[in-house]
Design a protein around this ligand. Structure first.
Ligand SMILES: NC(=O)c1ccc[n+]([C@@H]2O[C@H](COP(=O)([O-])OP(=O)(O)OC[C@H]3O[C@@H](n4cnc5c(N)ncnc54)[C@H](OP(=O)(O)O)[C@@H]3O)[C@@H](O)[C@H]2O)c1
Length: 289
């Protein structure tokens, strides 16, 4: 399988490299071309040049708008897409996944929607969890790709379901981060020692993958980005939108969105989403630390 990879952000670059290291023939393209040039992987100068001789094209972009833009460009290359498989691994709104699937199938291509759970470290280790919607036969054909990138692969059925599940996962992720930030700021306000607090939480009610992954960041205030505030804000916005569509009262998710909106408004957009702690510290007048 000749693979074309579009999108060399924090996740895309490590995932594309994993495929290349596993022996796949990978060629990449990125909007900011310098990232493609510096990737050390074979690259194309244009989308058209990339997809021309590729059997499978994988996209890993920011969100719905960027996915619609890039797939629009793919169609407007005018190249025949018949027999090619496109896999979008971006976290998008389920309506976007359905719309892109319909468009690609109309143009003779196969399409899989395949968002991922897990951040940069699991991506580097090939330990992502991958949720896939689309035609089962196409899914099975692409299994060697999914098994290289992840250790858990779930077939979710119809288009939209994988993205819906991904958003539900991220409502847990975002609101969990919010309650952890609240707990850490609260404990600071009461004068408890943060290192001890984090250690006890990680053995008690806070015991979780997310606390394990973010413990050091919360302790040291190191908000170097793995998963940005901008990304969680985007995902929670889609989730709130979806809840409205279903007339579902998503109380906690809605409040979580407000918190991350506040983080964005306070200039933390490009920081890791654990930087939400800074918003709590600010609200609790704990700025001296
Ligand atoms: N980071 C994580 O921990 C994580 C975990 C699970 C899932 N995800 C999801 O995975 C996806 C990628 O995440 P990431 O952390 O890699 O994001 P990122 O670092 O922000 O990278 C975004 C990528 O999308 C490209 N892009 C954005 N808008 C575009 C447009 N209009 N046209 C073409 N390319 C465009 C960017 O190109 P430029 O380089 O030109 O800006 C970049 O390659 C997101 O949907 C995210 O929600 C992320």
């Amino acid at each position: 399988m000749k693979i074309g990879w579009i999108g060399l952000g924090r996740m895309g670059i490590v995932m594309a490299k994993n495929l290349a290291q596993a022996g796949f023939d990978v060629k990449v393209w990125n909007r900011t071309l310098s990232k493609a040039k510096e990737s050390g992987l074979p690259y194309a100068e244009t989308i058209s040049e990339l997809i021309r001789d590729r059997d499978v094209v994988i996209t890993m972009l920011f969100g719905s708008t960027s996915v619609e833009e890039v797939y629009g460009k793919i169609i407007s290359t005018g190249l025949s897409l018949k027999g090619k498989i496109f896999i979008d691994m971006t976290t998008v709104h389920p309506d976007t996944a359905k719309k892109i699937a319909e468009m690609m199938i109309k143009h003779g291509a196969d399409f899989l929607e395949a968002p991922v759970l897990g951040s940069i470290t699991p991506a580097k280790e090939g330990k992502l969890t991958i949720l896939v919607s689309g035609d089962r036969e196409t899914y099975e054909k692409c299994m060697p790709i999914f098994q290289t990138l992840g250790e858990n692969v779930f077939y979710m059925g119809d288009y939209g379901k994988a993205s819906t599940m991904k958003l539900i996962n991220n409502t847990v992720l975002g609101s969990f981060m919010a309650v952890l930030s609240e707990a850490v700021a609260f404990s600071k306000k009461t004068g408890l020692d943060t290192k001890t607090v984090l250690e006890i939480l990680s053995k008690g009610a806070g015991k979780s993958g997310i606390l394990e992954a973010k413990k050091e960041k919360l302790l040291k205030g190191d908000y170097s980005t793995h998963f940005s505030v901008a990304l969680i804000h985007k995902d929670i916005s889609y989730a709130v939108d979806l809840a409205q569509e279903y007339r579902f009262p998503a109380f906690i998710t809605t409040q979580t969105l407000d918190l991350f909106s506040s983080a964005r408004a306070n200039g933390l957009e490009e920081k890791d989403f654990s930087a939400l702690l800074e918003i709590y510290k600010k609200m609790a007048n704990l700025r001296e630390e």
